[in-house]
Ligand binder design. Structure first.
Ligand SMILES: [Zn+2]
Length: 140
C-alpha cells in the first residue's frame, strides 16, 4: 500500500497530530485538579520542561504522545507508510531525550512521571493512575 500523502502534506498532517496532543494534557490537568492536587505549569527551568509539576511532592509529570515517544501500544506502533526512516529516527531521538531528562530530574531530586496519551482516554482510569503515581507520593 502506498501512502496517499506526499512528503510535504504528510509533514503537515503529522504536525496537526502533534498539536492535538495537548488534549491529553488538558485531561491530565483536569483529573489532577479534581483530585485536589496542587500543580504548576510551565516550569521551564526544569529538565525536559515538564507539562505539570507538583512542587510539594517534587514530581515532574510529562504527558507523552504515543506516536512521538514510541509507546508500545497500537497508536505508538502506527507508522506512516512513507518516510518511515525519518519518523523512526525522530521517535528514537525523542526516546533518547526522555531518558536523559529522566536521569537529570532524578539527580535534582525530582521524580519523573510519564503518562501516555492512550492512558488519558478513560477518566476514571486516569484518576486512578494519577493517584497511584502522584497522589500517594508523600515523600516531602
Ligand atoms: Zn500509548
Amino acid at each position: 500500500m502506498t501512502d496517499v500523502f506526499d512528503t510535504e502534506k504528510r509533514s503537515a498532517v503529522m504536525r496537526a497530530v502533534k498539536s492535538r496532543d495537548t488534549a491529553p494534557e488538558l485531561k491530565v490537568r483536569r483529573a489532577a485538579h479534581a483530585l485536589g492536587l496542587r500543580f504548576r505549569l510551565g516550569r521551564t527551568d526544569l529538565p525536559g520542561k515538564p507539562d505539570l509539576v507538583f512542587p510539594s511532592r517534587r514530581v515532574a509529570l510529562f504527558v507523552h504522545g504515543c506516536f512521538w515517544h514510541g509507546h508500545d501500544c497500537p497508536r505508538g506502533a502506527r507508522m506512516p507508510e512513507t518516510n518511515r526512516a525519518y519518523w523512526q529516527a525522530k521517535i528514537t531521538r525523542n526516546k533518547a531525550r526522555d531518558l536523559v531528562v529522566r536521569a537529570s530530574l532524578r539527580r535534582l531530586g525530582w521524580t519523573h512521571v510519564g503518562i501516555w496519551e492512550c492512558q488519558t482516554r478513560n477518566a476514571a482510569a486516569l484518576a486512578q493512575l494519577i493517584t497511584r503515581r502522584v497522589g500517594n507520593r508523600r515523600k516531602a
